[in-house]
Design a binder for this molecule. Structure first.
Ligand code: G3P
Length: 227
């Protein structure tokens, strides 16, 4: 896989039908194509069942939605970072608003990921939580105000201060998400110092995903040049 580079645009496929199974593969290939053509960094976070198929067909980073810091052996139902890595995942989201885990589990999971060289993008609902998580030194923190997730008003417009404050107060890369739908939303986030964005419905529910990825990619390119 390509190394995780910034600024990055991560599409969380969640459980959208448009981003499941064969459609997930098509969407991931589209990210690869547009990213390569524009020379920008896209990554995808498909469902766990689609990781192997996707990771064997693309070189952009592939992240899981979640993993368990469980034992190898008698831990039925758990998904280990080592197994995800063997399936081709490069890292994982953790503590997403739709898959919250207790803080002690975040500690254990980030430690475990560090031991196996797994990239961790740990989500937080607000600045305070983001600061606590950042102390654990995950690869990056993703701030997503839950009330904006899936809506049409972006974190960039509704709460630019959370981005500014996080960037000023957190010493790991800050990624932001929730409600990001337009190139302007991405532009504002990156201007405020975010190292990337985490987006779902803006891509998975788009009528023409290629068109929106190109538009988002142009913004990444502008910021890449400026860095
Ligand atoms: O992980 C991405 C996410 O929760 C934001 O979702 O649909 O608001 O882009 P959405």
């Amino acid at each position: 896989m390509d190394q995780v580079k910034y600024p990055i645009f991560v599409t969380n496929f969640k459980t959208y039908e448009s981003a499941t199974g064969v459609k997930a593969l098509e969407l991931a290939r589209l990210h690869q194509k547009v990213g390569d053509e524009l020379g920008v960094h896209f990554a995808v976070a498909p469902q766990v069942t689609d990781i192997w198929m996707i990771a064997s067909q693309v070189t952009i980073p592939v992240f899981a939605h979640h993993f368990d810091a469980a034992c190898a052996g008698a831990c039925t139902g758990s998904v280990l970072p080592e197994s995800l890595a063997q399936a081709g995942a490069d890292g994982s989201l953790l503590n997403h608003a739709e898959k919250r885990i207790p803080f002690p589990t975040i500690i254990e999971s980030v430690t475990r990921a560090g031991q196996v060289g797994f990239y961790t993008l740990v989500c937080a609902q607000d600045l305070e939580e983001a600061k606590q998580i950042a102390k654990l030194k995950p690869s990056a923190v993703a701030i997503e105000p839950p009330e904006l997730i899936g809506g049409d008003v972006s974190v960039s417009k509704a709460n630019p201060d959370i981005i500014k404050d996080a960037v000023a107060q957190i010493d790991v890369p800050v990624i932001v998400g929730a409600g990001i739908k337009t190139p302007e939303d991405v532009d504002i986030a990156l201007q405020l110092g975010a190292k990337g964005v985490l987006v779902a419905s803006g891509v998975t529910r788009a009528e023409d995903p290629e068109k929106v990825l190109r538009a988002f990619g142009e913004v990444l390119k502008k910021h890449q040049k400026a860095e």
